[in-house]
Design a protein around this ligand. Structure first.
Ligand SMILES: *[C@@H]1O[C@H](CO)[C@@H](O)[C@H](O)[C@H]1NC(C)=O
Ligand SMILES: *[C@@H]1O[C@H](CO)[C@@H](O)[C@H](O)[C@H]1NC(C)=O
Ligand SMILES: *[C@@H]1O[C@H](CO)[C@@H](O)[C@H](O)[C@H]1NC(C)=O
Ligand SMILES: *[C@@H]1O[C@H](CO)[C@@H](O)[C@H](O)[C@H]1NC(C)=O
Ligand SMILES: *[C@@H]1O[C@H](CO)[C@@H](O)[C@H](O)[C@H]1NC(C)=O
Ligand SMILES: *[C@@H]1O[C@H](CO)[C@@H](O)[C@H](O)[C@H]1NC(C)=O
Ligand SMILES: *[C@@H]1O[C@H](CO)[C@@H](O)[C@H](O)[C@H]1NC(C)=O
Ligand SMILES: *[C@@H]1O[C@H](CO)[C@@H](O)[C@H](O)[C@H]1NC(C)=O
Ligand SMILES: *[C@@H]1O[C@H](CO)[C@@H](O)[C@H](O)[C@H]1NC(C)=O
Ligand SMILES: *[C@@H]1O[C@H](CO)[C@@H](O)[C@H](O)[C@H]1NC(C)=O
Ligand SMILES: *[C@@H]1O[C@H](CO)[C@@H](O)[C@H](O)[C@H]1NC(C)=O
Ligand SMILES: [Zn+2]
Length: 718
């Protein structure tokens, strides 16, 4: 077993929306070893050699400024639609740096709890009230803000439900099956699920689909790796372990079915838009997130009843409380009262858009980060990325001052309302689709730039090689295992594994329309300080003491993103590696092949897809040769021919009618798994059909997917 698996594993990417998921990366690393992993190349040249422009960009990043921007973003309510001043402040900074900036306003569906309470009533009549806000800490200034945001699930249903409850493990379909197979009646009861492994809204959907009347999701120390109180670490603010009162907020919309405003799925939200009924996209049952200490009380009252953890035999079922058995219940007479009512209304949100026109305006590179946060802080999610974007704007401003003009147009996006369901970015994409489809070269996403030191990167096959190469030019701060460059940290973390894109951040709408994307950031591993994801202690106080003291990881992430942006925007040849894109498709084919061999349709013929990928590989190798020729002879005409193809080929992956049952997800190469919601399924329409037991559908989608790959190959043809 590779050492990395025993020392620390983190989730390979923000595809999981900033949430650690050891299980998923383990699985991928074991199953697909060497399929899609970059072999460690010759040690990076050290210290890295930089061009003059690269040095200007890199030296422009200042940790004191990053800390200042972070401080501003993390000291006011900026939940989606609540803070236009912050949008204007961001616009002013980018304008000061030299960008042409405007706000784009979209009226969207917003939800907030009107009232919310959760009471456990034990068989002996004693009660326990869950606290739906975190403890106030003197060491953390924003934990006491009077307008701090209560813990709730955006897009939750409403109701006043009093019922027995059942522990459902991670809340996957397979977990529910274990309970049904054991004869436990779920109808009308409340589900208690453990956060982690899959997207939270999918847990609620599974509870609802099983006839349950409500859903509670608690945080288990299982997802905190080694750093737990049980292992002797002090809890925040006195140490790196999780503060037991911390609660993970989040949206519970059905994220594998749509993105953006649920009243305008498939079109842009405008004041006079037709608006649909949200009920098909969001849960109808109430759901509430609770802390690990309150979760403990609920689990305790289920002991000795129902299915034991051992009988359940499901990954993630047994958590890390040493003093809890994790039996499912129900316990006769142990009930929960959830009294939870949501209100919803239409309110404006504000994207900030900053532009530098390029000399080839029909080639556009977009860089984005969301600005809205679940809590007053949001120091990691998302404002580590927001602070980085301001420094990045100033870094490019230094080039502009020298009279530089990029070859390709650069667009910066500061998206609002990502946390409700990628609203700001999705509505912007929907309102600029023809322009983006004809001119976008790539979308670069940075959400959580820093919640720990371990580099995370996922993205489209053609972009991977180049992005990895840029890591070798960035020095990594000392103090995290003395890995000299960002590349060393990344390789140490992932062994070169790069995940496909699922959902969970703002790249989704771009990617699903056939635009190549990357998602970068950094995260904590099993031995790093626990990050209070979507909790009130994702604060400036936590970041400056535990997450990134000195803001030097912020610096490294910003430097990396600047080099990526600079080269994509300005290199005469767009720096894509098409043969790598072909290899990635091949690795996804192997993954599909494994899915098929374990399914009810082991005889499903995927040879049409194999041939399509073969054709793609041929075109990829050919255009790579032409590109090299164009570059070495500085042949302007030929460069333009290649660049156009590099820009356009991935549009072939977008299926006009969308994936079955989810029309706005179009990319036939990868999409969030239906029963996962964050992590990606590859060749998702085929996989979905197999999982639904639809053999004919699977066959038809092998054909359609092959056609899409052939279309991409045809666009590449020179
Ligand atoms: C918006 O955010 C800023 C900066 O964090 C803060 O000073 C301001 O009070 C916030 N506005 C509102 C309406 O909460
Ligand atoms: C919940 O936490 C808040 C903030 O620390 C505290 O004021 C309140 O008393 C707590 N409520 C309960 C029911 O524990
Ligand atoms: C909620 O239900 C409980 C138990 O049935 C009941 O006592 C309480 O009055 C209800 N509250 C509301 C606001 O309807
Ligand atoms: C159970 O374990 C947790 C975590 O180790 C600890 O905080 C708690 O005090 C324990 N509870 C009891 C009743 O032993
Ligand atoms: C939306 O649809 C649900 C379920 O079909 C229905 O109960 C509800 O009344 C509808 N709401 C509106 C505003 O039409
Ligand atoms: C638990 O499940 C695994 C497969 O997921 C199986 O190999 C193992 O035998 C099961 N163990 C028990 C005790 O049922
Ligand atoms: C950038 O180009 C657009 C489209 O051609 C044009 O409308 C805009 O005025 C230009 N902006 C600047 C600052 O030159
Ligand atoms: C990662 O770094 C640790 C500590 O510096 C080292 O022990 C380990 O061998 C490295 N792993 C890899 C895969 O490079
Ligand atoms: C910036 O980094 C230096 C060390 O490189 C450190 O001394 C300083 O405290 C940092 N500044 C901030 C604001 O964190
Ligand atoms: C799929 O896997 C089977 C073995 O399970 C192998 O014989 C076959 O060649 C594979 N097909 C592809 C296209 O990888
Ligand atoms: C490549 O050709 C262009 C257009 O003729 C010219 O402006 C540029 O300086 C050349 N670049 C190099 C590296 O020769
Ligand atoms: Zn985020």
């Amino acid at each position: 077993m590779p050492r990395i698996l025993s020392s620390f594993i983190l989730l390979g990417s923000l595809a999981y929306a900033c949430q650690r998921d050891w299980d998923a990366l383990h699985r991928r690393m074991h199953q697909h070893k060497n399929h899609n992993a970059h072999a460690k190349r010759a040690a990076a040249e050290y210290p890295p050699r930089l061009t003059e422009v690269e040095s200007i960009l890199i030296n422009s990043f200042d940790n004191k400024s990053l800390s200042d921007w972070s401080y501003y973003y993390t000291h006011g309510n900026h939940l989606g639609s609540y803070n236009k001043t912050m949008a204007e402040w961001t616009a002013a900074k980018w304008r000061d740096a030299g960008f042409d900036v405007h706000l784009a306003e979209y009226p969207i569906w917003v939800t907030y709890p009107e009232q919310s309470s959760l009471r456990l009533i034990r068989p002996d009549g004693t009660t326990h009230d869950a606290n739906l806000t975190e403890d106030v800490l003197t060491e953390d200034d924003t934990s006491s803000y009077p307008n701090r945001i209560p813990a709730f699930h955006a897009m939750s249903g409403s109701g006043n439900v009093t019922a027995e409850y059942v522990y459902v493990g991670r809340g996957t379909q397979a977990d529910f099956k274990v309970l049904k197979d054991a004869g436990i009646d779920l109808k009308g009861k409340i589900a208690l699920a453990n956060y982690g492994a899959i997207y939270r809204g999918t847990k609620v959907k599974n509870a609802q689909d099983n006839g349950m009347a409500g859903c509670i999701i608690y945080t288990d120390p299982l997802d905190d790796g080694e750093v737990t109180e049980e292992n002797g670490y002090a809890a925040y603010p006195h140490g790196p372990a999780r503060n037991p009162s911390s609660i993970q907020r989040g949206s519970v919309r059905f994220s594998s079915l749509y993105s953006g405003d649920p009243t305008t799925v498939g079109w842009a939200s405008a004041p006079d838009s037709t608006r649909g009924n949200v009920s098909q996209y969001n849960p109808s049952i109430p759901s509430i997130p609770i802390s690990m200490k309150d979760g403990w009380q609920l689990l305790k009252a289920l002991e000795s009843n129902g299915v034991t953890a051992k009988e359940a035999n499901r990954s993630g079922w047994e958590g890390a409380f040493g003093n809890i058995t994790y039996d499912s219940g129900p316990t006769a007479g142990a009930v929960v009262n959830m009294n939870h009512f949501m209100k919803g209304w239409i309110a404006p949100v504000w994207d900030v858009i900053g532009i530098i026109n390029g000399t080839s305006p029909d080639e556009v590179v977009i860089v984005g980060n969301h600005r809205d946060a679940w809590v007053i802080g949001g120091a990691a999610d998302p404002n580590s990325g927001s602070a980085v974007l301001i420094e990045l704007a100033y870094a490019f401003g230094k080039l502009l001052e020298k009279g530089w003009k990029p070859r390709r147009t650069i667009v910066l996006g500061s998206w609002d309302a990502e946390e409700f369901g990628l609203q700001g970015s999705t509505e912007w994409v929907e309102s600029h689709l023809p322009w983006l489809t004809s001119s976008a070269v790539a979308y670069l996403n940075i959400d959580v730039a820093v919640s720990g030191p371990r580099t995370a990167f996922s993205g489209s096959g053609e972009i991977q090689t180049f992005v990895v190469e840029q890591m070798k030019k960035i020095l990594f701060p000392e103090g995290w295992g003395d890995l000299p460059t960002l590349y060393d940290m990344w390789y140490n973390t992932t062994e070169g594994e790069i995940s496909p894109l699922g959902s969970g951040s703002d790249y989704a709408s771009f990617y699903q329309n056939g635009i190549g994307c990357i998602d970068i950031g950094s995260d904590g591993g099993k031995t790093d300080p626990v990050y209070h994801y979507h909790g009130n202690y994702d604060s400036y106080a936590w970041m400056s003491k535990f997450g990134d003291p000195g803001f030097r990881i912020h610096t490294a992430m910003g430097q990396w993103l600047s080099l990526i942006l600079y080269h994509i925007a300005d290199d005469p040849l767009i720096p894509w590696d098409l043969p790598n894109a072909a290899m990635v498709l091949d690795s996804y084919l192997s993954e599909l092949n494994e899915t098929i061999s374990e399914s009810d349709f082991p005889e499903l013929d995927i040879s049409p897809l194999a041939s399509a990928i073969e054709e793609f590989t041929k075109q990829a190798e050919n255009i790579a040769k032409v590109a090299e020729q164009a570059r070495s002879f500085n042949d302007t005409m030929l460069l333009s021919v290649v660049n156009t193809r590099y820009r356009d080929f991935s549009r072939g992956y977008a299926s006009a009618g969308g994936l079955p049952g989810r029309e706005t997800f179009k990319n036939v190469i990868s999409a969030p798994g239906i029963d996962n919601g964050y992590g990606a399924d590859v060749f998702p329409a085929v996989t979905d059909s197999i999982n639904k037991g639809d053999g004919e559908g699977a066959k038809a989608w092998v054909e359609k997917t092959s056609k899409a790959v052939l279309k991409a190959a045809e666009i590449l043809e020179v």
